[in-house]
Design a protein around this ligand. Structure first.
Ligand SMILES: [Fe+2]
Length: 210
């Protein structure tokens, strides 16, 4: 297996590279701001990975800015939720739509299950990769969650999405969309213990988190 977490830009975005093995095929999540594609491409070349998919967790510019360049360099198909495709409104061409519950596969040992998790953005999506990693975009951070005060944000939807993530197994490694926490990756079980966004008992308590 190949797993790489790449920090990028002033907002400390995380891009991810997953592949079946060095020399195998795989996908990139959220190729963010330039010049990140250069760094990503270097890693992709070093590991001889054939990137067949770019998966966007949502439409915000800091998560998608490198998509066109990376797709041109690799030939990868861009995957995003229908709402993300709509909100990108042509800035990035989306080739395939992410559907809740769908499983995407690469070779015999790499699979990503799609979870639609609206709230931070209407098309926000998370991925469970190989029952090991939980890629959360801006839905869940280490110790925090995404904001909902942007134009398309919806606190009630985010609360429901976080409750859904809370129902996933503790062993999953949370891979957030930004390096905002005390550590870059943490087990979901620890988030359930320490993250106020996962501890709120109801929507009112969730909205009251400072
Ligand atoms: Fe965002």
């Amino acid at each position: 297996m190949v797993f790489q977490q790449i920090v990028q830009g002033r907002s400390r975005n995380f891009a991810y590279l997953f592949a079946s093995r060095p020399g195998g095929s795989g996908f990139v999540v959220d190729p963010g701001p330039d010049p990140v594609p250069d760094r990503l491409l270097e890693i992709i070349r070093d590991l001889r990975v054939s990137v067949t998919a770019i998966i966007l967790t949502h439409h915000h510019a800091d998560h998608v800015a490198g998509t066109v360049a990376l797709a041109a360099a690799t030939g990868a198909a861009v995957h995003a939720h229908a709402e993300t495709a709509r909100l990108l409104s042509g800035r990035v061409r989306v080739d395939r739509l992410l559907v809740d519950g769908a499983t995407l596969r690469w070779e015999e040992n790499l699979a990503a299950v799609v979870l639609a998790t609206p709230g931070h953005a209407p098309g926000s999506s998370c991925l469970v990769v190989n029952d090991t990693w939980l890629v959360t975009g801006d839905t869940l951070f280490i110790g925090d969650c995404g904001r909902t005060d942007l134009p398309e944000g919806d606190a009630a939807a985010l609360f429901r999405s976080l409750q859904r993530l809370k129902g996933l197994p503790d062993h999953l490694a949370v891979c957030p969309g930004h390096d905002y926490g005390p550590v870059p990756i943490r087990r979901l079980g620890e988030e359930k213990e320490h993250n106020p966004a996962l501890q709120a008992a109801d929507l009112a308590a969730f909205k009251a988190i400072p």
